[in-house]
Design a protein around this ligand. Structure first.
Ligand code: GAR
Length: 216
């Protein structure tokens, strides 16, 4: 299978990026990461990309007067690599509707909560404050509804009475590293699509997200 060209956007540590690179290098994920682009010049993930010989670019949002001009520059940077899928992996910027529309059906995100619960930030803290017994992560298509696009796959962890936001985040992150490569694999294999505002897998609309069993 010809590898699908993808571009990964990051803002920070890049552990999800690392998981995607590992899946490409060691698990035959049929993708070619043409570039990793960050809005933060000091994102550690840029070094991870360099170490794997992947091209990197920085489009620093602080250099732009408004969201529109930043998104325009970001779009130009992404499109110069002609990707078929844009993967947001800890990319912490709110995107303009025009930018999102340009990548409709070919941009996915990972979010550290069981969407639709806890869109936005501080998800682990909020799950603890609500005394939730389960928490997790979701991969979804990006739409102009922030963290509100159709969910593809989710993984859950139990919330433990001794959890802090950091311990909970670490257990969720470990599962993020499994479900993101899986969702990307489905897309590269042509099995995953956005049809209208519904995600479909193998031609079947996903009435609810696929639930990741950790034995997979
Ligand atoms: C991950 O937990 C990801 O789900 C989250 O940022 C972290 C990035 O970690 N993304 C969001 O909160 C997006 N709203 P990483 O840089 O180590 O992959």
């Amino acid at each position: 299978m010809k590898p699908l060209p993808i571009v990964v956007l990051i803002s920070g540590g890049g552990s999800n990026l690392r998981a995607i690179i590992d899946a490409v290098e060691k698990q035959n994920l049929p993708a070619k990461i043409r570039a990793v682009i960050s809005n933060c010049p000091d994102a550690c993930g840029l070094q991870r990309a360099c170490n794997s010989g992947i091209e990197t670019q920085v489009v620093d949002h602080r250099q732009f007067v408004d969201r529109d001009s930043f998104d325009h520059a970001l779009q130009q940077a992404i499109d110069s690599y002609d990707p078929e899928l844009v993967v947001l992996a800890g990319f912490m910027r709110i995107l303009t509707p025009r930018f999102v529309a340009h990548y409709q059906g070919r941009m996915i995100n990972i979010h550290p909560s069981l969407l639709p619960a806890y869109r936005g930030l501080r998800t682990h803290q909020r799950a603890l404050e609500a005394n939730d017994t389960r928490h997790g992560a979701s991969v979804h298509f990006v739409t102009s509804d922030l963290d509100g696009g159709p969910v593809i796959i989710q993984a859950e962890v139990p919330v433990l009475s001794c959890d802090t936001p950091d311990t909970l985040a670490a257990r969720v992150l470990a599962l993020e590293h499994k479900i993101y490569p899986q969702a990307i694999r489905w897309f590269t294999e042509g099995r995953l699509r956005l049809e209208g505002d519904v995600a479909s897998l193998d031609g079947q609309p996903l009435m609810k997200p696929v639930y990741w069993e950790d034995s997979q």
